[in-house]
Design a protein around this ligand. Structure first.
Ligand SMILES: *Cc1c(COP(=O)(O)O)cnc(C)c1O
Length: 461
């Protein structure tokens, strides 16, 4: 924190407002009970501060909204496509650009071609849709995040990095023929939104060259990652965020992006490639399942807004506000004595619910208890990332807990102001008063897959 600490002001003013409904605790009690104590099942207008996800929940700018009006809806070769293609080529340095309706559609296309039975993918950490698309085609996915990430309390600059030793071991174990690709997720979403260094990315490139492997960059948050590189990595102080992103993306053979993150739009995805033959295969799948080459699953207006968003996201004042406001929330929580994953990542703050509610046994889901308390006390919605999401059962039906019981508060882009964050900090004062609580929740209904989305709970009395 070398910079002078001034009030973090939003580098925008507000032209249009969307009302938030203020509810009482009594009302929220009823709403949460109706939702089976699962905030995913709440109505959005019963939520005051929505930290469920940063995906597609951001606010577009005046320039993007004017782009919506300029959207060219021609079926083929639309002007809006040409704008988008030019921006993406400039950013990635890759000649083949494929638009899709979301990141996972780009993943499905790419990994159904690179994957298949017997194939192996290696990543710093596969995001869940990435892993799902890889496993769906019969391949295996290995996560090998660096050792620094193991200790959630210890500071390290680049906890999103891949473990280079383990990478060599896995390559030696499975062999070049079996490896579909090495995938670098930046920032590393499933590992706390932690950044990846340029040094690590270059080392992966080198390893891929040495063994003749393909390197894919899942760059949903490439601009946020560039902010960290500029701040923390030697030699990048004087480069612009965009130059850093260009340098990093140029290292890859392919780039996959959910535009709902750093694309600053509410829907959209991208796949870009260096290899022509592979691009032809991908385009065939695109036409079968998404749409024609020059719109993928998107409307012309969506592409226009994305072309603008991909430029706005590299604005230095925006990026400073973005990363520092996430850090503001996280650092203040830590100062209050709330245990958080450290250092604070780019898009979200993760609270260690196991440590906060240390008297609630894991079988009673301390993360779910915190998620419910945050809603009841403050109308704040966030997501449990612990044994509700990742827990399994042994043969006797006993819970095998997840490695950690975390709660994620993801910040939508350009949506909340600092006073909203101060309000959240106030609510945590109430939470801290309850930290000796010793009863959690039990599951009363759960589906077979992805239970966190639709499970029902009840408080243990
Ligand atoms: C969100 C996300 C995806 C999937 O993108 P969708 O647009 O939600 O389909 C893939 N990878 C990462 C790292 C993500 O954060």
């Amino acid at each position: 924190m070398s910079e002078k600490m001034r009030t973090l002001t939003e580098p925008f003013k507000i032209k249009m407002v969307e009302a938030l409904r203020v509810t009482t605790e009594e009302y929220r009690n009823e709403a949460l009970a109706k939702a089976g104590y699962n905030p995913f099942l709440l109505k959005a207008d019963d939520v005051f501060i929505d930290f469920l996800t940063d995906s597609g929940t951001g606010a577009m700018s005046d320039r993007q909204w004017s782009g919506i009006m300029l959207g060219d809806e021609s079926y083929a070769g639309a002007k809006s496509w040409q704008h988008l293609e030019a921006v993406v080529k400039d950013l990635t340095g890759m000649p083949y650009v494929i638009p899709t309706h979301q990141g996972r559609a780009a993943e499905r296309i790419l990994y159904s071609i690179l994957g298949g039975k017997g194939k192996v993918f290696i990543s710093n950490t596969h995001f869940d849709t990435t892993r799902a698309n890889i496993e769906f085609v019969g391949s295996e996915a290995f996560d090998i995040v660096c050792k620094e990430a193991d200790d959630i309390n210890a500071y390290a600059d680049f906890k999103g990095n891949i473990d280079l030793e383990k990478l060599e071991e896995l390559i030696a174990k499975y062999g070049k023929e079996a490896i579909g690709a090495v995938i670098m997720t930046v920032t590393n979403n499933s590992s706390g939104g932690q950044p990846v260094s340029m040094e690590n990315m270059k080392a992966v490139r080198k390893a891929c060259d040495k063994h003749g492997l393909m390197m894919v960059i899942d760059g949903c948050r490439i601009a946020e990652n560039s902010y960290f590189v500029k701040q923390r990595e030697k030699g990048f102080e004087n480069k612009t965020h965009k130059e850093i992103a260009q340098e990093m993306l140029n290292l890859g053979d392919a780039f996959v992006m959910s535009a709902k993150k750093d694309g600053m739009v509410n829907i959209g995805g991208l796949l870009t490639l260096k290899d022509e033959a592979l691009s032809v295969q991908c385009k065939n799948l695109l036409i079968i399942s998404e749409g024609f080459l020059t719109y993928g699953g998107l409307a012309g207006r969506d592409m226009e807004a994305l072309a603008i968003g991909l430029q706005e996201v590299f604005d230095k004042d925006y990026l400073h506000y973005r990363i520092r406001s996430t850090a503001y929330l996280g650092e203040k929580l830590r100062a209050k004595g709330v245990p958080v994953v450290w250092p604070i990542g780019g898009h979200a703050v993760y609270v260690d619910a196991q440590k906060l509610y240390s008297n609630i046994p894991v079988e009673e889901y301390p993360g779910q208890a915190l998620v419910c308390d945050l809603y009841l006390k403050g109308g704040i919605r966030c997501v449990e990332i612990g044994s509700v999401m990742f827990g399994k059962y042994d043969e006797q039906g006993k819970l095998i807990p997840a490695a950690q019981e975390l709660v994620r508060m993801a910040l939508p882009r350009r949506v909340y102001t600092q006073s909203h964050l101060d309000y959240v900090l106030d609510i945590f004062d109430d939470i801290l008063e309850m930290k000796n609580r010793n009863k959690g929740y039990r599951i009363t209904y759960e589906p077979q897959f992805l239970r966190h989305f639709t499970a029902n709970f009840e408080p243990i009395k």
